[in-house]
Design a protein around this ligand. Sequence first.
Ligand code: NAP
Ligand code: GCO
Length: 267
Amino acid sequence: MAILNSFSLEGKVALVTGASYGIGFAIATAYAEAGATIVFNDIKQELVDKGIAAYKEKGIEAHGYVCDVTNEEAVNAFVKKVEEEVGVIDILVNNAGIIKRVPMLEMSAEAFRQVIDVDLNAPFIVSKAVIPGMIKKGHGKIINICSMMSELGRETVSAYAAAKGGLKMLTRNIASEYGEYNIQCNGIGPGYIATPQTAPLREIQPDGSRHPFDQFIIAKTPAARWGVAEDLQGPAVFLASDASDFVNGHVLYVDGGILAYIGKQPQ
Ligand code: NAP
Ligand code: GCO
């Protein structure tokens, strides 16, 4: 039974960025079930309020704050406020993210920068704000939500792939630089997960057929299905718990096997 206790998050304060819904919400609810106190942020008060209500429906008293993770001054003030009002952050999940699906030659430099800002610069900013408290406490867990695009490219996602590839290396660098303070920094690389972010890739076509990309992903995934946010909960609890204290700089792909598979031969 002792081994199960090593997965407990009792007494821990967990910050999950961008967790009003989607993957972040699923990870935060699992953390609450494992005993953690949940802190989350969103850009808009309206979404923070909706998030608090959604957590409450699950019996979770989450602490919600408005904060744009790309704004370093706002993030520093946000983390300071959390430390005063809730406690020093033990677990950080850099989950907030955006994607812009545009052919590279049609993408403006500004649009490219916006994706890099949220998906790569922000995890740097938030991690930098949280690590000093972790060092003082003598422990910390940082989980960066990477992507299959940390390993692979595809048409129209140049900015996103560049950001998520960089996030994989930022994960390794935080592990390298702060491992001696008992801080573990790892990544989770979800496969294709059914959330609002991927809804356009799953739209039913005018003739009632499945979106071509939807059919493509089903053929490319050994599990022959899209993932759901709940598929990420167990891996996320593992990486946030004492059970992973000697796992550092690793990206755990939770993708139904898609990265290992050449894809089903067309019939
Ligand atoms: P989502 O449904 O689009 O949710 C993204 C969340 O991030 C939203 O709550 C959004 O808030 C928030 N956010 C965006 N920009 C922000 C900012 N500047 N400051 C604060 N919050 C911000 O995405 P998801 O599918 O849950 O994905 C969550 C993470 O997993 C992302 O990093 C994504 O890249 C990654 N991921 C997703 C998949 C997938 O298939 N879904 C696969 C691999 C990796 P607003 O609603 O206010 O914009
Ligand atoms: C896309 C998808 C993917 C997923 C995820 C895969 O347009 O290809 O949005 O990028 O979001 O990152 O791991």
